[in-house]
Design a protein around this ligand. Sequence first.
Ligand code: CP
Length: 338
Amino acid sequence: MQFHGSHILSVEQFGLTDLSVLFQNAAKLEPVARGELACNVLDGALLGNLFFEPSTRTRMSFDAAFCRLGGRVCDTTGFQFSSMAKGESNHDASRVISGYVDIMVVRHPQMGSVKEFADASLVPVINAGDGPGEHPSQALLDLYTMLKELKRDLTTINGLRVAMVGDLRFGRTVHSLAKLLSLFKGIHFHLVSPAELRMPADIVDFLRARGHTVKETTDLIAGVANCEVIYATRIQEERFESVDEAQRFKGSYAINRAFFDHYCDPKAILMHPLPRDNRSESCELNNDLNNHSQLAIFRQTDNGIVVRMAMFALVMGMQDQIDASLRPVGFKKKLIAV
Ligand code: CP
């Protein structure tokens, strides 16, 4: 694909060459994300960060990524603080805001809504999650994390054994990640979910049509066996008819340290898009794993910054200026050990 000036709405836009370009730029930007170097390739640029659904990671990391590259951000969160509460359409909101900014990031609860924003926008739009549809930047940072954690690259990830666990029906991160992994060869997908929350059939068919092995099961122990990556997800209660309906699935697939030590490959990495549901009835990844070396969830969130910085640099056409723009920072950041 051509990144410069393009909307990023789905992982289906990417090929292996695009991932290579994106990840090379992300790796280059790691010292900037850590605050060790400064970069100003987006000096003068303005991001519109529009979140009509709750978010911590995606909203703040897109914001931080743009600022780390020297740009500035204006944002809106929730329908109640925008004129959409007065009945304004996605089309009108997008056309208006795209006249104020140079690029937009949009999260919205309805599948397909971010494409509506893109269709009306004067500037590139990045999908930050459209209901149960897609979450492409999450899938990109997930793949970047897998490569780093497993010490593999885009040529050696073929044959990966990955378990996706939990709410595979409404979890947009696994929809995007499964489709992104389908670019490789011979991936073994272990899809572990309650029968009611299975991966949508069109995605399962898509994976099988590309020659991958897909095993669907309700049995967590069988599902995680021999997997190199265990990707847990939260029950997406906000997408159910009622909280009570979601409640009956919570805790079905709780993984704690004892479970990991007993049933998982000791070299397997534990991932989760977060937020995990830390309430006692849920605990898809228990707090007793917090200091476990194989728990990659916070390294995964850290990777979100560099991947999103690389997306911005490429979509704004500034990737060739990164090297010349790197500068020492005027402060000494001191990390506190936890
Ligand atoms: N992973 C993710 O999308 O997290 P947020 O909902 O906090 O953005």
